[in-house]
Design a protein around this ligand. Structure first.
Ligand SMILES: NC(=O)c1ccc[n+]([C@@H]2O[C@H](COP(=O)([O-])OP(=O)(O)OC[C@H]3O[C@@H](n4cnc5c(N)ncnc54)[C@H](OP(=O)(O)O)[C@@H]3O)[C@@H](O)[C@H]2O)c1
Length: 314
């Protein structure tokens, strides 16, 4: 059986990833920094102790890093994967951590942001592009019925805000732009049954890093339903799962192409995204080497088809 190390295995997302690996016939090796939270057979390892990460990776064919904030974990876990010569996948939503990982030059395959935010939007945008080699604008609108964040999400948000000096960031004019003004608000016409909803525009998610990394497009904008963004800042327990619609529109020379994905539970759905990625990397179904975004390294339409029924397109 192929073993895959899950770092942050006892976190909310890590647990979904462990189950998904088991369902697909992999043997997950559970790892994290706190031995008391690991089951017997788990491998405690700290990002401050490279040798412990090397021991945790012994015999693993790949690693999925679910331990965030990734500002602290992505570098050391990727280093360990590179030393072991195995592929690295993470679910980081932190724009700064993703930028750091994409800046790395490693011999192994690494796919950062292989998750709901960052990975799915990129696969959808790449699919919508079809035979277009360039676009003028890409819009990724998140229609969430709510967003009860985990502690890990909130901590990642805090670290990201600190790293960018409390400024906001957007991707415009072919680059990242840091700004101090408020987010623009507007209405977005989601498909039924969600319909038209108020959204925060330039509510920047990891897609503003993953998409322009490999698609020729000067403007990438992400939007979030205002109600879901409000829940995020009110921050309670994650006591309910949301349903989602991701509405992606790609525009070039006055023409628009659109693709819509739907499903439930943005944390749960991250597991099939990350595990499908590992399965494809291990079976050589890749188009790139080194550090790459989902849409860059995988056959995006084929990948999306493989995600059904977790994610439905239409
Ligand atoms: N891109 C996306 O769509 C997406 C989707 C899901 C999750 N995520 C991200 O994934 C991360 C985890 O989310 P979650 O929902 O699983 O949160 P969670 O339930 O709070 O779990 C966080 C996990 O990270 C571990 N961790 C935190 N800092 C660590 C460090 N310095 N060293 C080792 N382990 C550390 C925690 O271990 P301890 O309990 O020992 O602290 C715990 O296992 C967050 O950053 C979140 O934003 C992104």
């Amino acid at each position: 059986m192929t073993s895959v190390l899950v770092y942050g295995a006892y976190g909310h997302t890590g647990r979904f990833v462990v189950s998904e690996l088991r369902e697909r016939g992999f043997e997950p090796i559970l790892s994290g920094r706190d031995a008391t939270k690991l089951p017997s057979g788990g491998r405690a390892a700290s990002v401050d102790d490279p040798a412990s990460l090397d021991r945790a990776l012994d015999g693993a064919a790949a690693v999925i890093n679910c331990a965030g904030p990734f500002a602290a974990t992505a570098g050391p876990v990727l280093d360990a994967a590179a030393r072991a010569g195995v592929p690295y996948v993470d679910v980081a939503a932190e724009i700064e951590a993703n930028l750091d990982t994409f800046a790395r030059d490693v011999d192994t395959v690494a796919v950062p942001a292989m998750a709901f935010f960052g990975g799915l939007g990129d696969l959808l945008a790449t699919t919508a592009m079809g035979d277009w080699t360039a676009a003028d604008e890409i819009h990724v609108a998140y229609g969430l019925t709510g967003w009860r964040p985990t502690a890990g999400t909130l901590a990642a948000g805090r670290v990201s805000r600190e790293r960018r000096g409390s400024r906001r960031v957007r991707y415009a004019g072919g680059g990242l732009e840091y700004r101090d003004d408020a987010l623009p608000t507007r209405e977005w016409a989601f498909p039924a049954p969600l319909g038209t909803q108020p959204v925060l525009a330039e509510f920047s998610m990891a897609d503003i890093v993953t998409i322009p990394r490999h698609l020729d497009v000067p403007e990438v904008t992400t939007y979030m339903t205002t109600a879901a963004a409000g829940e995020l800042s009110a921050a309670g327990e994650r006591d309910a799962a949301e349903t989602f619609v991701v509405d992606v529109r790609v525009r070039a020379g006055g023409e628009e192409r659109r693709i819509v994905a739907r499903g439930e539970d943005i944390y749960a759905v991250t597991a099939p995204l990350a595990v499908e990625a590992v399965e494809r990397v291990l079976s050589g179904r890749t188009k790139a080497k080194g550090v790459a975004a989902a849409g860059e390294i995988f056959d995006a339409p084929d990948f999306l088809r493989a995600l059904e029924p977790h994610i439905t397109l239409g």
